[in-house]
Write a protein that binds this ligand. Structure first.
Ligand code: ATP
Ligand code: LTN
Length: 327
C-alpha cells in the first residue's frame, strides 16, 4: 500500500483544473494510507479576509467530500487543526536554503510587481515539504505546476537525512495522464487558476450549467476549423485534454470522432459532457454545505487521525535535531 499525501488551498472556489489535476483523482482511488488536506496555513501567505477564509475552507472541504472522498476510508482534514504541520514546517525552514526558495517559480509569479511580499510566501515550500514528509508519503498527486515544489521537498528531505540520519521517506510527484495542466479558456498560454483575472476563461465548479456552457462555447480556438492537436492548436488541444480527462477516452479517439464536425458541435459535446460529469458533485456539495456543523465534525475526526499518524515522525525529527524530550 502506497502512502499518499496531497493538499489544496482554500483560496477562492475550485475550478475544473483543480478538479481534473487533483480533487477528482484523489477520490478515484482513495485508500486508507492516503491523506488529503485543505491547506489553510498556506492560504495566509497572501492576505486573507478572516470571514472569507473561514467560509472558503468549509467550501473547499465540501468539494472534497462531494468528489467522493470518504472520511471513513482515510483522513480528510484542515491543516491548521494539526499543529504538527506548522511545527515541522519551522524545523524544515531551517534546513532550506534561501537561494533554493528564491528560485521557485510560484514565488516569483506571486511576488512579481508587489510592494509588500510577506516572508510566508517565501518559505511556503518548506511548509509544503513538512505536509508531505510528516506522513512519510511516497507519492504526491498534483498538477504539473507543483513539480518544482516536489523537487525541493526531495532535496530538503535528502539533506536532512544525510545530516541527521534516516528520518524522512523521499516522495515523488505523480501527474495524471490527462488533465495535468488545464489551460485558461480565454488565455491558453496560462493555466486555469483560482487567481486568474478573466472569469470567462475559468470554469468554476460552482458555475451554473448555463454559465458552464457559455464559457465552453466561447473558448478561444483558431480559424482552421480542424479538431486535432499540434502547432498553433493550443486552444483545441486544451479542449481535447479536458474532454479526455472527463470522459476517460483518449485524445486520438476523440479526434477521430469529432474532426470534420466543426467547433460548434465539438464545443456543444464538451459542454454537455462537463455538465453531466459535474452534476452529482454539484448537488452533493450543496447538501454538504447546508449542514456546516456536521461538515466541521467530519473534518475534526480527520484531524484527530492525521495527528495520530504525524506524531512519530515529528518526535523523531525533534529528537535527531537535539531537542530535549519532555519525558
Ligand atoms: P492559485 O491560483 O490560488 O495558485 P490554483 O488554481 O493554482 O490556485 P491550487 O490550490 O494551487 O490551485 O492547486 C490545487 C491543486 O490543483 C494542485 O494539485 C494543482 O497542481 C492543481 N491544479 C491547479 N491548477 C490546475 C490546472 N489548471 N490544471 C490541472 N491541475 C491544476
Ligand atoms: N502548493 C500546493 C498546495 C499544497 C500541497 C501540499 C500539495 C500545499 N501543501 C502538499 C501537495 C502536497 C498548491 O499550491 N497547489
Amino acid at each position: 500500500m502506497t502512502r499518499v499525501f496531497s493538499g489544496i488551498q482554500p483560496t477562492g472556489t475550485p475550478h475544473l483544473g483543480n478538479w481534473m489535476g487533483a480533487i477528482s483523482r484523489w477520490a478515484a482511488d482513495q485508500q486508507p494510507e492516503h491523506l488529503f488536506c485543505v491547506v489553510d496555513l498556506h492560504a495566509i501567505t497572501v492576505p486573507q479576509d478572516p470571514a472569507t477564509l473561514r467560509e472558503q475552507t468549509l467550501n473547499m472541504a465540501a468539494w472534497l467530500f462531494a468528489a467522493g472522498l470518504d472520511q471513513t476510508v482515510g483522513p480528510i482534514y484542515v491543516q491548521s487543526h494539526v499543529t504538527a504541520h506548522a511545527e515541522l514546517g519551522w524545523l524544515l525552514t531551517c534546513s532550506t536554503q534561501y537561494g533554493e526558495l528564491g528560485r521557485m517559480t510560484q514565488f516569483k509569479d506571486k511576488s512579481a510587481g508587489k510592494a509588500n511580499v510577506g516572508a510566508g510566501l517565501f518559505v511556503y515550500p518548506s511548509l509544503m515539504a513538512a505536509d508531505i514528509l510528516l506522513y512519510q508519503a511516497e507519492e504526491v498527486p498534483v498538477g504539473d505546476d507543483q513539480v518544482q515544489h516536489l523537487e525541493l521537498t526531495r532535496d530538503i528531505a535528502q539533506r536532512f537525512n544525510s545530516r541527521y540520519g534516516e528520518v524522512f521517506t523521499i516522495p515523488k510527484a505523480v501527474l495524471p495522464k490527462a488533465g495535468a495542466r488545464i489551460m485558461d479558456l480565454q488565455n491558453v498560454g496560462k493555466k486555469m487558476s483560482k487567481s486568474s483575472e478573466t472569469d470567462a476563461g475559468v470554469i468554476w465548479l460552482s458555475d451554473t450549467e448555463k454559465v458552464t456552457e457559455k464559457k465552453i462555447k466561447r473558448a478561444v480556438t483558431d480559424s482552421d476549423g480542424e479538431i486535432r492537436t499540434g502547432e498553433g492548436k493550443e486552444g483545441v488541444t486544451n479542449l481535447l485534454d479536458l474532454f479526455s480527462a472527463m470522459s476517460g477516452r483518449s485524445v486520438d479517439d476523440l479526434v477521430s470522432e469529432y474532426n470534420g464536425q466543426g467547433y460548434g458541435t465539438f464545443k456543444t459535446a464538451i459542454a454537455e459532457a462537463t455538465n453531466a460529469y459535474l452534476a452529482p458533485a454539484r448537488q452533493r456539495h450543496a447538501e454538504l454545505l447546508a449542514d456546516k456543523a456536521e461538515l466541521t465534525r467530519m473534518l475534526v475526526a480527520g484531524a484527530e487521525e492525521a495527528e495520530r499518524r504525524a506524531a512519530p515522525t515529528l518526535a523523531k525529527a525533534k529528537d535527531v535535531l537535539g531537542f530535549i524530550a519532555r519525558g
